[in-house]
Design a protein around this ligand. Structure first.
Ligand code: SF4
Length: 411
């Protein structure tokens, strides 16, 4: 690859990001396990430290003997309140104070920024797992714009998006394809649910030419699906796709329940348990019982609260599609990438609906921000692995069609 030709795209908020530090209500040093990759572990262990910090490192960073990748070589422990054990009384990081920022695990150095490369294109963005990023997404009623940016030396670790075997022709049009997909999601002549379905129609056609070696086939797709980026000429077609709010809810409750019993984060467990309890969710033998009416009341309250600010959901989803290059994010099957997006979209809607901690409590911006952060922390792991099991199950149950995706979307 010729480094001289590489170029960077980033959303318009990227250069505005500043950590809220002690003003943050959902700080990132709390509630989730920090992975310590092998090189970081070696650096931390070998850096000269005070005896107190040495002891804290010995107790606070545990080797993960079952790790099957260097990324998960070790992990930082949380204390009984769920805080990172390296935080001092002022919520400052003892490791950073004593050894400097260069000794921190990669995620602590980079968060919330992230960088992916496909060919010579580098995509920079921030994850909404950070409170200030949610604020920045919420401050853009006209939607996100993506700008070319100069390369700053050594700012971030860059993950390479894999090009699946045989998909080189398609991936050589990465930027144009991504532009079409994002422009469909930003076409406000349709509701966001409709845009998600239109994206599905486009991705389904793209998946059919995933292993093409003919440039003309990709050009043809680009021409054809650019038509979905403007106007509302396909409204009648998307309106025909099914909607089943009860099935939408059952699917999401099943996913949330599974996350509740598998998460190692005490905060996430508590959050999910409170929300599921608020719907009276109970597991009985092999099925759930719950009160759908409580959910639909919360949904009406959410719609009223977000009236005029619906762009928040658009910005969150567009940000994730851009960040990960969806659907060209390295999955062997482009349709799987779209299915995963639908699962995450559906989950975002459900979590925002349930973001008040009880059906009676007042919905607030703070609660919605907290809901987005939780969703993003789930998604961070989901894009690469955690939700692949849900996608696999959908294939096995033959629930992997566009009609099924429409049910996941239209809740
Ligand atoms: S979540 Fe974001 S704003 Fe809050 S402490 Fe972390 S980086 Fe700073």
């Amino acid at each position: 690859m010729n480094d001289a030709k590489e170029y960077i795209l980033q959303p318009d908020y990227f250069s505005e990001f500043h950590c809220l530090a002690s003003g943050c209500h959902n700080d990132c040093c709390h509630g989730w396990r920090i992975n310590v990759p092998r090189p970081c572990y070696m650096k931390i262990r070998s850096t000269r430290k005070s005896p107190e910090l040495e002891e804290l490192v010995s107790k606070g960073i545990r080797r993960n003997k079952k790790a099957n990748s260097s990324t998960f070589f070790a992990g930082i422990q949380l204390d009984e309140k769920g805080d990172c054990v390296f935080l001092n009384e002022e919520r400052m990081c003892r490791l950073q104070i004593e050894c400097g920022p260069g000794v921190l695990p990669y995620i602590c150095q980079d968060f919330p920024r992230r960088a992916f490369r496909s060919g010579n294109l580098i995509l920079l963005s921030c994850t909404p797992a950070c409170e200030e990023v949610v604020n920045l997404l919420w401050a853009r009623p006209d939607g996100l714009e993506f700008l070319a940016a100069p390369r700053e030396k050594g700012i971030l670790r860059i993950s390479r998006l894999r090009t699946p075997e045989g998909s080189q022709t398609l991936y050589s049009h990465f930027e144009e394809i991504q532009w079409v997909c994002i422009s469909i999601l930003q076409n406000r002549s349709y509701t966001l649910d409709e845009r998600m379905i239109l994206l599905g129609i486009a991705v389904r056609a793209l998946a059919k030419i995933q292993s093409t070696t003919e440039d003309a086939a990709v050009q043809d797709w680009l021409t054809r699906y650019t038509a979905l980026t403007e106007g509302s000429g396909f409204k009648a077609a998307v309106e025909k796709l099914p909607s089943n709010p009860l099935m939408f809810l059952a699917n999401n409750l099943e996913t949330l329940f599974e996350l509740l019993i598998t998460t190692s984060s005490p905060d996430m467990k508590e959050y999910l348990k409170t929300r599921l309890d608020s719907l009276g969710l109970k597991l009985e033998a092999d099925h759930f019982t719950y009160q759908p009416d409580a959910y639909f009341e919360q949904k009406e309250r959410l719609n009223a609260f977000l009236h005029g600010q619906e762009y928040l959901m658009e910005n969150i989803i567009v940000n994730e599609v851009f960040a990960h290059g969806i659907p060209l994010n390295g999955k062997d099957n482009l349709w799987d990438a779209y299915m995963l997006l639908c699962i995450l979209y559906s989950l975002l809607k459900a979590l925002l609906t349930m973001s008040a901690d009880s059906p009676k409590s007042v919905l607030s911006r703070e609660k919605l921000v907290e809901g987005v952060i939780l969703w993003a922390r789930i998604s961070l792991h989901a894009i690469d692995n955690r939700m692949d099991g849900f996608v696999k199950r959908m294939h096995e149950n033959e629930s992997d069609t566009l009609a099924h995706m429409a049910i996941l979307i239209n809740g």
